[in-house]
Ligand binder design. Structure first.
Ligand code: CTP
Length: 404
């Protein structure tokens, strides 16, 4: 019960028969000390009345996008700002489609597009709609965008058919809300965390580049964990195919030089984490035109060394972040190399991981890491990258506390 007490949930009720269950959801949330504010779509008002919703929430119910008084008082963007979580229940096929495509033509869809908070949806629809290729596509897109999903369940449906599509029960939705809001206390509120992630691309000519296999997953997971702790989180990311975690300020970059410049603009800060796999070399002078094949000779690539971003920031004297963390990607002599990098680069802790082919670290969802400091080495078990990130952020938080 304590997990939810004092939290604010913005509940968006979609137009489906399952809307009646949202009334029970509101009752359970209120019982747990949650402030519930509601947006009802026009269609949902055919199933439950705004009066019932207002009576249960004890708050005004919102429905019209162009309600001038509301726009002056708070506006649709302001509306989601005060919430800890947005819950869409029932999430109809139409609402899911709007969310997946970024449509914004009523208060519900506009709020969902304008929010930077996490969103949990409880889908509910006819089984054929749920299994339609369009809904499957939309669901996959929403998940990729970081939207949380609870249900639907199998069972008899109001339309007489049987199968998946019944909205999750209110108690199940509560469990999903608790799981999300049960994040660690906001120990990094008011602190700034800078994270680099992904590979860098170094141009050879207008169509080719030097890069590596980094997926960016570990860095993005760290950013997600930093946001959960309440930090102002800046993610300087090389080119990756990952959704931006909600609440993160993303600075996209391509090359190592751009990544360094972005980091230099963001320091000083409290914690800086260098999870990017920066290309070590770039072309001294990338060719202006596409390099053509020559029957006589192979092209010779004149490489120069890239700046060491971590080392530059760690040795930035007055602007040095309070805590500087490096990652050592090694294929041999893991711990010895990590120790040497810790010293050479001047960071406070080096996270060492074995990126040999076959280990599945580059691009994979799990990681085995070793924490190397001047005091010694600590090895962790094989964990998901998100679990690694959460545990690492807890560790960095206590390092920061010790230092300040
Ligand atoms: N790093 C960096 N800038 C670079 C190279 C590396 O900021 N130009 C950072 C990485 O983000 C990582 C740490 O330094 O936190 C170690 O990176 P790694 O690739 O393991 O080592 P390198 O310094 O590149 O050394 P080597 O390639 O010889 O192993």
């Amino acid at each position: 019960m304590a997990i939810l007490s004092g939290k604010t949930v913005l509940l968006i009720i979609g137009g489906g028969i399952a809307a009646y269950k949202s009334l029970e959801l509101i009752r359970l949330l209120k019982k747990r000390g949650v402030r519930v504010r509601c947006i009802m779509t026009r269609a949902s008002e055919e199933f439950v009345t705004p009066l019932s919703v207002a009576s249960l929430t004890g708050e005004k119910v919102h429905g019209e996008l162009f309600n001038l008084t509301d726009e002056v008082e708070m506006g649709h963007i302001e509306f989601s700002r005060a919430a800890d979580l947005l819950v869409v229940a029932p999430a109809t096929a139409d609402l899911m489609a709007k969310m997946a495509h970024g449509n914004a033509n009523d208060l519900a869809s506009t709020t969902l597009l304008a929010t930077d908070k996490r969103v949990l949806i409880a889908p509910a629809m006819n089984v054929r709609m749920w299994t339609h290729a369009a809904t499957i596509r939309n669901l996959a897109q929403l998940k990729a965008d970081g939207v949380l999903v609870v249900g639907p369940n199998d069972g008899e449906m109001a339309c007489g058919e049987y199968g998946p599509g019944r909205m999750a029960e209110p108690a199940e939705i509560i469990t999903a809300i608790e799981a999300d809001l049960q994040t660690s206390p906001r120990l990094l509120a008011g602190k700034k965390v800078l994270i680099t992630a992904g590979p860098t691309h170094e141009a050879i000519d207008p169509v080719r580049y030097i890069a590596n296999y980094s997926s960016g997953k570990q860095g993005y997971a760290l950013a997600e964990a930093a946001v959960a702790l309440g930090a102002e989180t800046i993610l300087v990311s090389g080119p990756v195919a990952l959704p931006i975690p909600p609440g993160v300020q993303m600075i996209p970059v391509t090359s190592a030089v751009e990544m360094l410049e972005a980091c230099q603009r963001e320091i000083p800060c409290d914690i800086a984490i260098f999870a990017a796999a920066v290309a070590d070399w770039r072309m001294g002078a990338p060719a202006r035109q596409k390099i053509k094949k020559d029957a006589q000779a192979l092209p010779s690539l004149q490489l120069v060394e890239n700046p060491d971003i971590l080392m530059t920031v760690a040795k930035a004297e007055a602007k040095r972040p309070k805590i500087v963390i490096g990652f050592a990607a090694e294929t041999e002599n893991l711990l010895a190399n990590a120790r040497a990098k810790l010293k050479k680069k001047g960071c406070d802790l080096m996270v060492a991981n074995d990126v040999s082919a076959g280990r599945g670290v580059f691009g994979g969802d799990r990681n085995t890491v070793h924490l190397v400091t001047e005091a010694g080495t600590e090895s962790w078990e094989h964990l998901t990258k998100l679990d690694v990130a959460k545990r690492l952020m807890d560790r960095f938080t206590s390092m920061l506390k010790d230092k300040t």
